[in-house]
Design a protein around this ligand. Structure first.
Ligand SMILES: Nc1ncnc2c1ncn2[C@@H]1O[C@H](COP(=O)(O)OP(=O)(O)OP(=O)(O)O)[C@@H](O)[C@H]1O
Ligand SMILES: [Mg+2]
Length: 421
């Protein structure tokens, strides 16, 4: 087990498309950071420590650099700058094999011509001994005599075949992992004879069997149906807790992130936006991106004018914020900020100046709760709310929503950073 430390990690790729590398015409708008000198910058200044035994989830929208970051740890891509340490070792220049890391890919990447058993055994055989870490490297290879005996006795009945000790160990390891993941009945099949969910579990099993220092998982549940996904999610979490192996888990599903991660790192556009335990990100997002990405349906944002000491003014409503906002708001008298409020922190209320009048557009009653979306009257602001299912509302009606004031967020429109009360 080991901690993983990223220090000022940068990654850029050569732009494939040569047009992107061409000098821009004189009167063109200034190039975005991405087009600099014909390279596409994909990760910028990643600093992150994943503690020993921790379950860290990386979330972010498609293309933000999650897989690239994992591939850097695994040694499948080269760093452009910075360093990555696994345990005490700087792994920047180590080949993948020497890093003692197992990766589960977005696609299962099973060997199609090998049975499930051999797929599971593959990594173990390459290391030759499951507990190779404790051994002197020179003892990892089977002796020439072992190899000769194995091939010489291959055609004999099973009981007479030579099986070096390591193959027995491998066997034991595979059976225990296969039982754990309920694929022990499938060991003789080829990948093409498996369902998506079964393949996914074999891919997981292959990583677990290796008992690595670090697990890297890149959306390992993306191909499962909802039920299997929830089951496997719980299985991975309990396995990880049991094995205590440092894990970096990539997903763009924020429910997965919230339920699996001890901590979550939210990424956007090649940078880490915020790292913290799930509820900290939910309660105290540092910027508008995190506020919008964590939580479903997403937070509502409404532009409002600030009037000191602590009034929030909109054409349709007026709020007086709790005392603790007064100091923060001193600098914002007459300025516009974004008011952020989560759908679950709005509730039905009576007509009042402090409440939001919303013309209902959509109603989604799912039994346990009801989601409504509509426009704030006489404006283009869309507001979503989660209300008690007993409240029967219809599209076209106007409802009044009251805000739980202790739950509001404020963001600066230009920097998009959150203000703290
Ligand atoms: N070999 C490469 N050459 C050039 N650009 C690349 C290469 N690999 C990835 N990229 C670019 O790097 C960016 C990040 O890709 P990455 O696969 O890390 O995203 P991701 O966050 O894993 O997205 P997804 O959720 O869709 O899997 C993307 O814009 C992608 O096009
Ligand atoms: Mg990816």
């Amino acid at each position: 087990m080991a901690k993983v430390v990223f220090e000022d990690v940068y990654k850029s790729f050569l732009a494939r498309d040569r047009a992107a590398a061409k000098p821009l015409p004189k009167n063109a708008p200034p190039p975005g950071r991405k087009a600099e000198s014909g390279r596409v910058s994909v990760l910028r200044r990643i600093n992150l420590t994943v503690e020993d035994g921790e379950f860290m989830v990386l979330v972010g929208p498609s293309g933000c650099g999650k897989s690239t970051l994992l591939r850097l740890v695994a040694g499948l891509e080269e760093l452009t700058g910075g360093s990555i340490r696994v345990g005490d070792r700087l792994v920047n220049n180590l080949p993948p094999k020497a890093r003692d890391i197992a990766m589960v890919f977005q696609s299962y990447a099973l060997y199609p011509h090998l049975t499930v058993y051999d797929n599971l055994a593959f990594g173990l055989r390459r290391m030759n001994r499951p507990d190779h870490r404790d051994l002197d490297p020179s003892s990892r290879l089977p002796s020439w005599a072992d190899r000769w005996l194995v091939s010489a006795t291959r055609s004999l009945p099973k009981a007479l075949r030579h099986r070096p000790e390591q193959e027995l160990e491998i066997r034991e390891r595979i059976f225990s992992v296969a039982q754990m993941l309920q694929i022990d009945g499938l060991l003789r099949r080829l990948p093409k004879e498996l369902s998506g969910g079964q393949k996914q579990r074999v891919a997981l099993g292959r990583a677990i069997a290796r008992n690595p220092q670090v697990f890297l998982m890149d959306e390992p549940l993306s191909n499962l149906d909802a039920k299997l996904r929830a089951e496997t999610r719980a299985q991975i979490v309990s396995l990880q807790q049991r094995l205590g192996i440092t894990t970096i888990y990539v997903t763009h599903d924020q429910i997965e992130a919230m339920t699996m991660g001890q901590r979550i790192a939210v990424m956007a556009d090649g940078q880490i936006q915020q790292v913290g335990p799930p509820l900290e990100l939910y309660d105290r997002p540092v910027n508008r991106f995190v506020a919008e990405f964590i939580g479903s349906p997403p937070m509502n944002f409404i532009p409002v004018e600030i009037k000191t000491p602590r009034s929030v003014i909109h054409e349709q409503f007026r709020l007086t914020l709790p005392e603790e906002w007064a100091t923060t708001l001193e600098d914002y008298d007459g300025k516009t900020l974004w008011l952020g409020i989560r759908p679950e922190h709005l509730q039905f209320g009576p007509p009042a100046t402090k409440n939001l009048p919303v013309r209902i557009g959509q109603v989604e009653a799912i039994g346990s709760e009801t989601f409504v979306a509509g426009k704030l009257l006489d404006s283009d602001e869309i507001v979503q709310a989660r209300i008690e299912p007993e409240n029967r509302v219809k599209p076209g009606e106007v409802m009044w929503l009251s805000i739980r004031l202790e739950k509001i967020h404020l963001f600066q429109p230009d920097t998009r950073l959150a203000l703290r009360g």
